[in-house]
Design a protein around this ligand. Structure first.
Ligand SMILES: Nc1nc2c(ncn2[C@@H]2O[C@H](COP(=O)(O)OP(=O)(O)OP(=O)(O)O)[C@@H](O)[C@H]2O)c(=O)[nH]1
Length: 381
């Protein structure tokens, strides 16, 4: 696996030039999450990103190049990027696709919970007296994959994006851009942006103005590309003019991953791991984590554990079913006891009657005995 970034480097050396020079000697850690409906190429995208950003692995720590089977649970893929003494620990969280079920809430709720749980875990560690080695898996950005329908955002997309946007730096992405013509793609992007504005969905934004003109221009061009259209592929294919590129081969030609006329993969990668990595980390800390902390502090005392409300509707349904089963069981048992009680009462009555009959019988015998005794006793004169 060769780096396609050979000349430009992977860009980590550019980190000191970024707006927030917070990179320490220890390096930075970037955690990105990939979410969206099933089968949109999320896992393929991760592999594509890694094959084009990471040099051949030198040790077992780097774990990537996943097979593209259906993702069924949240998976974390880690890699280390290193360039000119800058070390970036990259974690990519692949999430199960949703949208396959009648009740789709079941599938996207764990994603939201995962983001909240990372904030919670960091906050709890932060409140401890000893805070040297905080483990931090807070999600710095979430790429939300949109199906290339050519129409508009679906209600499910809107629902999930709204929730994600208030928790994390949300970056909308149009999947499988090679399945749309440039004109349709352009119209689709416009409609998506209209829905995002109308529905008040919070997406990641960054300051466009920079110290130098070139950076400002670059920022504007990246921002103008949102929502980023992408093509995912780890395959090397040969173009009509003889170049070997990462792309998807069709009878009509090649859809190239890194060709800016074909999709925005390059711009997205530039934003994520070159130009705005530190801004993503910083805004997570300053905005999303602070929002979470603030909301929790209003309702809880320091050190108090979070009351886990049962937010997952699947659990709610299970709880409901369990409650019904329990009530039914109690009702059956009560009926059983009641009929048992009836039987006991009937048995008691029967025994009482028998006892009474025995009593009467004994009394009759006693009376008989008495009269016999009277008959036998010697007559007095
Ligand atoms: N045309 C086209 N197909 C793609 C692209 N990216 C991925 N695919 C194909 O789409 C299919 C699904 O890809 P995955 O990466 O498994 O999709 P996923 O979103 O991770 O799927 P889940 O794990 O089920 O959520 C595979 O057959 C890929 O080869 C793309 O950019 N264009």
């Amino acid at each position: 696996m060769a780096s396609t970034q050979a000349g430009a480097g992977i860009g980590i050396a550019n980190l000191p030039n970024q707006r927030h020079a917070i990179a320490s000697k220890k390096g930075s850690a970037l955690t990105m999450m990939i979410a969206g409906e099933s089968g949109l190429g999320k896992t393929t995208f991760i592999n594509t990103l890694f094959t084009t950003t990471i040099k051949a692995p030198k040790n077992h720590k780097r774990r990537f190049n996943k097979t593209t089977e259906k993702t069924v649970e949240i998976e974390i893929i880690r890699a280390e990027l290193e360039e000119k003494q800058f070390n970036v620990k990259l974690s990519v969280i692949d999430t199960p696709g949703f949208g396959d079920y009648t009740n789709n809430r079941d599938s996207w709720m764990p994603i939201i919970d995962f983001i909240d749980d990372q904030h919670e875990s960091y906050m709890r560690q932060d409140q401890q007296p000893k805070r040297q080695e905080l483990s931090d898996m807070r999600v710095h950005c979430c790429l939300y994959f949109i199906r290339p329908t050519g129409h508009t955002l679906k209600p499910l997309d809107i629902e999930v994006m709204k929730r994600l946007g208030t928790r994390v730096n949300l970056i909308p992405v149009i999947a499988k851009a090679d399945t749309m013509t440039p004109t349709d793609l352009h119209k689709f992007k416009k409609r998506i942006l209209e829905v995002i504005a109308a529905q008040n969905i919070q997406c990641y934004t960054f300051p466009l103005e920079s110290d130098d003109e070139a950076s400002t221009k670059r920022n504007m061009s990246i921002m103008a590309a949102m929502p980023f259209s992408i093509i995912g592929s780890t395959e090397d294919v040969v173009t009509g003019d003889g170049r070997t590129v990462k792309g998807r081969q069709y009878s009509w030609g090649v859809a190239e991953v890194e060709n800016e006329d074909h999709c925005d993969f390059k711009k997205l990668r530039q934003l994520l791991i070159r130009t705005h990595m530190l801004d993503l980390i910083h805004s997570t800390e300053e905005t999303h984590y602070e929002n979470y902390r603030h909301a929790q502090m209003e309702t809880r005392k320091i050190g108090e554990p979070k009351v886990k409300t049962v937010t997952n509707p699947k659990w709610k349904e299970e709880e409901e079913a369990l409650r019904k089963r329990f009530t039914e069981q109690v009702r059956l048992e009560e009926n059983r006891f009641r009929s048992w009680e009836q039987q006991l009462i009937a048995e008691r009555d029967r025994l009482n009657k028998d006892l009474e009959a025995e009593h009467s019988h004994i009394k009759a015998l006693e009376a008989e005995l008495e009269s016999m005794q009277v008959g036998l006793s010697p007559k007095r004169k």
